[in-house]
Ligand binder design. Structure first.
Ligand code: ACO
Length: 332
């Protein structure tokens, strides 16, 4: 996938709301325990968005943090792609709401819906814009307010998710060798029923009945999702590595979607990765869907686990099913 114009990630900025939801809080809400949640998922706390705020507000804060870390002015953003499954509303797109809240002009953008793979897919789209020469500055945001679509009476799902946002800047690479290398993505719609929000769309519009049946919340069959995620995260990682004559041993870091520590550890084991080659930060945030990977990149940078020239693999599996990987050499 080497392009005429190599592309780099030039910076990252993130935002999580202040309010915390701990395992102890959840013990008071449903029949669960701190011990079960930690053992089965690895999650300890999640951040929850205040009432009256929305996904666009977190996206705006993430972009402001990105601007602080890169020195870019919001006005310099040419394209804004917001990956989310929890838009402020059906339409207008969250990208338009974010543009307006930033008070910027002469930018364009759109939302991208691919659940947990949203960020990786949006990065691929952004890389294509820059690689083709069509644009020089693309901001990709992964942002989700999962607390808005979670049923806090359902212990199978409510312990898993949190809210957050992360943004990256894509630009022409300063050094060709430190840039995006390749990506491998797949979708498999046969897995749709295993993880979805059944009502509210054109198939089942909102009604008293859909509300009464709690169909506007995330429904999940945990085990098929778990099995698919562990198998496909390894398979897609191997495909993109082998296509580029690399082995898992060549990776400095696997930055996986953060859904369940057991999925991540299982994938790492299958790939033969050491613990220091894998980023695991979901104990702090839970599964923030499109935001997990930028949050993990930010934490890897601040822990000095990611430096210029490192070979990095982003890998994600999520609702759809969607599968996404992106291979790059870190640029700064
Ligand atoms: N607290 C206590 N017990 C629970 C809880 C809870 N919060 N949730 C479920 N249980 C119970 C179940 O009711 C079941 O009880 P039973 O045996 O009496 O019927 C028992 O625990 C085992 O349930 P399983 O579903 O088999 O538990 P499992 O070990 O598979 O863990 C989990 C469930 C954590 C949901 C797991 O399947 C999982 O992580 N799946 C992947 C889901 C995911 O990450 N989705 C996010 C989006 S997709 C993605 O990002 C990859």
């Amino acid at each position: 996938m080497r392009s005429a114009c190599p592309v780099q990630i030039s910076g990252v900025g993130c935002h999580v709301p202040e309010r915390l939801l701990t395992n102890q809080d959840l013990e008071k809400m449903v029949d669960t325990s701190d011990e079960w949640i930690l053992q089965r998922t690895g999650i300890a706390t999640r951040h929850i968005l205040d009432p009256g705020k929305a996904t666009s507000d977190m996206a705006v804060e993430a972009i402001k943090a990105l601007c602080r870390s890169t020195g870019m002015e919001p006005q310099e953003i040419e394209v804004l792609i917001v990956a989310t499954v929890t838009p402020d509303m059906y339409f207008p797109a969250t990208a338009c709401l974010v543009q307006d809240k930033l008070g910027i002009s002469r930018t364009w953008g759109f939302d991208l819906s691919a659940a947990c793979c949203g960020f990786v897919y949006a990065v691929s789209a952004g890389v294509a814009f820059v690689a083709s020469g069509m644009h020089r500055r693309v901001v990709v945001v992964g942002a989700d307010s999962m607390s808005r679509i979670i049923d806090y009476q359902d212990r199978n799902t409510c312990v898993l998710f949190g809210d957050g946002a992360g943004a990256v800047l894509l630009e022409p690479a300063v050094q060709e060798e430190n840039s995006f290398v390749d990506a491998h993505h797949e979708i498999d719609g046969s897995g749709g029923p295993s993880l979805c929000m059944p009502a509210g769309g054109s198939l089942m519009p909102p009604s008293c009945e859909t509300v009464k049946q709690r169909l506007h919340y995330v429904k999940q069959e945990g085990q098929p999702v778990f099995k698919f995620a562990t198998r496909k995260m390894e398979e897609a990682s191997r495909i993109v590595l082998e296509r580029n004559h690399l082995s898992p041993d060549d990776l400095r870091l696997l930055i996986p979607h953060q859904a369940n520590a057991r999925i991540i550890r299982g994938t790492a084991e299958r790939l033969g990765l050491r613990e220091d080659q894998v980023i695991l930060n979901l104990h702090k945030y839970g599964n923030t869907t499109a935001a997990t990977i930028p949050l993990a990149i930010r934490d890897a940078l601040s822990d000095n686990r990611l430096v210029k020239g490192d070979v990095v693999l982003l890998a994600s599996v999520g609702a759809g099913f969607t599968v996404g990987t992106a291979l790059l050499r870190w640029a700064y």
